[in-house]
Write a protein that binds this ligand. Structure first.
Ligand code: FMN
Length: 399
């Protein structure tokens, strides 16, 4: 144990053997108020904790004496070919974690042929992210009061070849993240005795921040008043003031038609909403509780995945996220009918710990775990993963 009571973390991303190691490296490198923003959840963080624990409710069923000399983890998600069934999900403001932010994640994803998603609240523009490699990618939008902005995103994404558009619908307002309230998180960081203390305890991050000034939200700054263009605070305020709470399914349908390609609604947790998504022409949904950052006590995706797949699995692709940290987690969701898995915090820990190399390490760890567990289960390809691979654990055997 170290002085702050954490188990010893590896000294470098190369030595990290699992996602938790990278989480600990991130915790050591980031100022507390940034780490808590990354790691925290809403209210009591019940959903945030339960997301990962819920995987214990399923056991994996192994088949033996199968030729698994080679296994193939490649798949296709929403028509996009990828080396693995997991996707790096859209997460805003990635330069909080490392100065290379979204570009580092996009590069690591492209090199490993992993699908990457960027967002309207990214800190590199959607055009900059699109210039990285040739792996498939998606753009995620929130809907702004000024609808012409969303329309503009559609044209910009088409112009630079995005393969899919995701609409996030579980953020009518930010969740109640109490760690951020206690840390008096503000963007950019306000200089208080507490933040100074946090910054002094994170010298590597602080030096990186000082050497790469000028945080921006380039995907929105073009829409902010001419007079305050390029000003970080104005962009952040514009963003918050533009989130549209009166947005409904009719607007989602209009956006889906406007885009006209692979269109995914992210943040679904009920069968009813999944059915409406299918009826308006969405080609996919993400069952998600936003990693426990929005509505505390929202269901964990595993709880609702089977019934949603039953209801709409023949009409659209069902993706899932929240709490995925292990190769076995991924196999369990695929076995329950998910087409693909989005990961959020797991790759951001890698980004915080080591930029592009850290994200690459997370991809490598999850892919290796997936391959190893597929071999142990007698599964040669992603198509071999079926409901026969899992069973719900009898409550007597729950941890
Ligand atoms: C720091 C952070 C920022 C995020 N920003 C966005 C965002 O801008 N848009 C979005 O759709 N989801 C966002 N998410 C949610 C992720 O896309 C994803 O749904 C979630 O992280 C999955 O859960 P996990 O973190 O347990 O893997 C964010 C998540 C984190 C941790």
């Amino acid at each position: 144990m170290s002085a702050n009571n954490l188990p010893a973390a590896p000294r470098s991303v190369a030595r990290a053997i699992n996602v938790e190691d990278l989480r600990q490296l991130a915790e050591r490198r980031l100022p507390r108020f940034i780490f808590d923003y990354l790691d925290g959840g809403a209210d009591d963080e019940f959903t945030r904790r339960h997301n990962s624990r819920a995987f214990a409710a399923l056991s994996l069923i192994q088949r033996v004496l199968v030729d698994v000399d080679t296994v193939d983890t490649s798949t296709t998600i929403l028509g996009m070919p990828a080396s693995v069934p997991f996707v790096l999900s859209s997460t805003g403001a990635s330069r909080f974690f490392h100065s290379d932010g979204e570009m580092a994640a996009a590069r690591a994803a492209a090199k490993a042929n992993v699908i990457y998603g960027t967002t309207s609240s990214a800190m590199y523009s959607l055009e900059e992210v699109a210039s990285v490699g040739s792996a498939p990618r998606f753009f995620q939008v929130y809907v702004f009061k000024d609808r012409s902005v969303t329309g503009d995103y559609v044209s910009r994404c088409k112009a630079c070849g995005y393969d899919a558009m995701f609409l996030t619908v579980d953020c009518t307002m930010a969740g109640n993240r109490e760690r951020d309230l206690r840390n008096q998180l503000s963007i950019p960081p306000k200089i208080t005795p507490k933040t100074i203390w946090h910054l002094l305890n994170a010298p590597a991050w602080t030096l990186d921040y000082l050497a790469h000034p000028g945080w921006r939200f380039p995907n929105v700054e073009g829409y902010v008043d001419e007079s305050s263009k390029g000003d970080f605070n104005s962009a952040a305020e514009w963003f918050a003031s533009q989130l549209d709470r009166s947005f409904t399914w009719d607007d989602a349908e209009a956006l889906c038609n406007d885009w006209g390609g692979q269109f995914v609604i992210k943040g679904i947790t009920s069968v009813e909403d999944a059915k409406i998504a299918a009826s308006i022409g969405a080609t996919g949904i993400v069952i998600s509780n936003h990693g426990g950052r929005q509505l505390d006590h929202a269901p964990t995706p595993l709880e609702v995945l089977p019934e949603i797949v039953d209801a709409v699995g023949d009409r659209l692709e069902v993706l899932v996220d929240s709490g995925f940290n292990r190769g076995t987690d991924i196999i369990k969701a695929l076995a329950l009918g998910a087409r693909g898995i989005l990961i959020g915090k797991a790759y951001l820990y890698g980004l915080a710990a080591g930029g592009e190399a850290g994200v690459a390490r997370v991809i490598e760890i999850l892919k290796t775990e997936l391959e190893r567990n597929m071999m142990l289960m007698g599964l040669r390809s992603i198509a071999d993963i079926s409901s026969d691979c899992v069973r719900w654990r009898d409550s007597r055997f729950l941890p």
